[in-house]
Design a protein around this ligand. Structure first.
Ligand code: HEC
Ligand code: HEC
Ligand code: HEC
Ligand code: HEC
Ligand code: HEC
Ligand code: HEC
Length: 491
């Protein structure tokens, strides 16, 4: 203290040189410490890094091997970074820096990461042409395992858990090919579930499907920031999101309109694998396998025309088997009985065709025509014939038609409608909204009057005229008809 005071005096008065010297000491120590860290980091990176240890261990294993050829391999084994550059796929993979024994059958019993790769995967997809991340995802450039898995760093596609790796087969191969049935059975099962569980009632895939939920063509490309992760347990990955969303859509997405699909654990995993495989990316020509080309060809030339298959795929998840009008506890509304004895007795094929092709805008009923739901005219015809044939029961018997339909008074019809009908027929109520433009355009006067007079068997729609008891007179029915027709012009 004293000496520094005298120092100050000697150099001429002010306190500045004192602070100057202290700063120097502080700076010197700081740079010393930094240098120490740098040297330590350099030492770690160059001598102690995970991949170097892995490779040294591998060389050691080779040198210890009883087999002469393995020992020779060991002597010639350089400790160095290894990487596979694949500009066509847009990847650079250093995974082989640690996974050095992948193509060495002598490593069958070695632990990871030295173990030989399982199965024939690398035989069919040579490492120099495919790398690793095309199948495993993860961060190809990383040189330590934590960063390679990339679940906790900023990376779009973290390493897939090994049990879900079949998902990547579907990014190139066709999930429904015999090849995948054999080599990626869970992917194939997921695809079949997707068809059988009517997912396309609400989701488009390849342009075909309903519109209540989002199209799923690029589902496997979704990154975690595109999905609500708030209620997802465990790591915030797409795979976990999908699995938990299938268990309970409403828990993951508040007020989701998707019904829980009720899957076993194995089915859930298979469907998750299939969703992850939907990466809809354009592949370079020489990465497109033969079964994918065959599938494209089949898609163009042999569309399903079996109405039962079509109905189960696209309609059943809303309409059930279509034989009874049903209260849908999930959507809190009635679904019309489109295969029941009632509708069939009154509607002609044109009516069915319009409903199927154009849907009912403003309701859950999607349009299925070529430019909307993606069904071909032949597929629509198959469905229309199927609905018009209905279930096994005979068509509902109808009372004779009114002699004339003209002359109704819309004002009086409006009052009657409020009295007798609007408890059910109004926006947000249980029955179809009769102002719907597609309904108005396609329902004939005869159809409307027949529905009111006879009701619709096995649905909530009551008959307003019965033998010996008519709750509405012929005149009143004509009034109602003119009122219902006046709805068309209203917005
Ligand atoms: C064609 C796709 C494909 C490619 C390319 C591929 N793998 Fe795999 N890999 C798989 C599949 C599928 C599995 C799961 C096998 C199973 O379930 O038995 C797997 C399993 C693994 C495992 C776990 C093996 C075990 O024994 O538990 C490791 C490690 C691995 N791969 C590393 C790699 C590395 C490193 C590369 C790049 C050199 C690579 N893979 C390239 C498809 C591939
Ligand atoms: C720094 C060395 C290192 C790098 C780089 C590396 N890995 Fe690994 N990998 C390991 C080790 C070590 C294990 C065993 C981890 C364990 O058992 O916890 C492993 C395990 C795996 C497994 C099996 C995981 C499991 O759950 O069984 C797969 C798959 C895998 N690695 C793939 C890859 C891919 C793909 C890459 C490149 C993106 C890669 N690894 C890069 C060291 C590495
Ligand atoms: C990047 C695209 C790509 C990925 C990912 C991919 N494959 Fe392949 N695979 C090919 C190509 C290209 C061929 C070449 C043969 C052909 O044209 O069918 C092939 C060939 C094969 C073969 C041999 C075909 C035969 O006729 O003998 C099998 C089996 C196979 N793949 C299974 C798989 C499995 C299982 C996965 C997932 C673990 C997978 N592939 C992932 C592109 C891919
Ligand atoms: C009744 C209509 C309906 C059916 C049937 C349906 N979904 Fe959904 N799905 C939705 C709606 C609406 C959403 C959007 C709200 C949400 O994310 O939960 C959705 C969301 C999804 C998402 C998340 C999409 C994203 O990226 O946000 C996936 C994946 C999905 N559904 C898959 C399926 C699968 C697989 C099936 C068949 C088992 C299925 N859905 C059946 C209506 C449906
Ligand atoms: C108790 C509820 C209820 C009442 C009251 C009711 N309806 Fe309906 N109505 C329905 C239901 C439900 C349907 C759909 C039936 C089905 O499942 O196919 C329907 C269908 C119709 C249809 C055919 C619409 C279509 O898209 O197929 C017309 C027209 C109709 N009702 C007119 C009326 C009129 C007019 C009144 C009053 C005089 C009336 N309804 C009273 C429940 C009701
Ligand atoms: C997302 C749920 C949903 C799907 C999927 C769906 N529908 Fe509908 N459908 C409805 C609803 C709701 C209505 C009643 C619309 C209204 O209120 O006017 C309806 C009405 C109809 C009608 C008119 C019935 C009548 O009484 O006038 C026909 C016909 C029909 N659907 C056929 C089909 C066919 C065929 C498919 C499959 C290709 C299908 N629907 C898929 C929800 C759906």
């Amino acid at each position: 203290m004293a000496s520094s005071l005298s120092d100050t005096k000697q150099t001429g008065g002010s306190a500045r040189p004192l602070t100057g010297r202290r700063t120097k000491i502080v700076l010197l120590t700081a740079s010393g410490v930094t240098l120490g860290f740098l040297i330590a980091a350099m030492y770690r990176e160059n001598f102690q890094s995970q991949w170097r240890q892995v490779q040294r261990e591998y060389r050691h294993m080779l040198l210890q091997a009883p087999d002469e050829r393995q020992r020779q391999l060991g002597q010639a084994f350089p400790i160095e970074l290894r990487q596979i550059d694949l500009p066509l796929l847009g990847t650079t993979d250093r995974c082989v820096t640690c996974h050095v024994g992948l193509d060495n059958p002598a490593m069958a019993d070695a632990p990871l990461p030295w173990r030989v790769h399982s199965g024939d995967f690398l035989k069919h997809h040579p490492v120099e042409k495919y790398g690793c991340t095309i199948c495993h995802h993860g961060q190809g450039l990383a040189t330590n395992f934590r960063e390679a898995t990339a679940t906790d760093v900023f990376w779009d596609y973290p390493l897939l858990p090994v049990r879900l790796t079949e998902a990547s087969c579907g990014a190139c191969h066709a999930a429904d090919s015999p090849l995948m049935a054999k080599h990626a059975p869970r992917l194939a099962r997921g695809h079949q579930l997707f068809l059988d569980r009517g997912c396309q009632s609400c989701h488009k895939l390849g342009g075909v499907g309903g519109q209540l939920g989002p199209a799923l063509d690029g589902e496997g490309l979704k990154i975690k920031h595109q999905l609500p992760m708030g209620h997802v347990k465990g790591e915030h990955t797409l795979a976990n999101w999908l699995q938990q969303h299938f268990e309970n859509p409403q828990l993951v997405v508040a007020n989701s309109q998707m019904r829980p699909p009720r899957l076993s654990a194995a089915e859930n995993e298979a469907l998750t694998i299939y969703m992850l495989s939907l990466r809809g990316r354009d592949l370079p020509q020489n990465y497109i396998p033969a079964d994918r080309v065959a599938a494209w060809h089949a898609e163009l030339h042999q569309k399903v025309k079996d109405p039962v298959v079509l109905y189960n795929r696209f309609c059943v998840s809303c309409h059930g088997d279509g034989t009874f009008g049903q209260w849908d506890k999930f959507f809190l509304r009635f679904n019309p009985a489109i295969r029941g004895p009632g509708l069939r007795a009154m509607a002609d094929k044109e009516y069915f065709r319009a409903a199927v092709e154009q849907g009912r805008p403003g309701t859950l009923m999607p349009a299925w025509g070529k430019n909307a739901g993606g069904l071909t005219p032949e597929q629509v015809t198959a469905l229309v014939d199927y609905l018009a044939a209905g279930d096994q029961r005979p068509a509902q018997p109808l009372r004779p038609m009114l002699e004339t339909l003209s002359g109704g008074k819309p004002e009086r019809g409006g009052e009657l409608f409020t009295q007798h009908c609007s408890a059910c027929h109004a926006a947000g109520k249980v029955a179809p909204n009769l102002a719907n433009p597609v309904f108005q355009k396609t329902a004939s006067n005869t159809f409307i009057v027949r529905t009111i007079v006879n009701g619709r068997a096995d649905t909530a729609m009551p008959a307003f005229q019965r033998d010996g008891c008519a709750s509405l007179t012929d005149d009143e029915i004509r009034d109602l008809l003119s009122y219902i027709r006046s709805l068309e012009k209203k917005p």
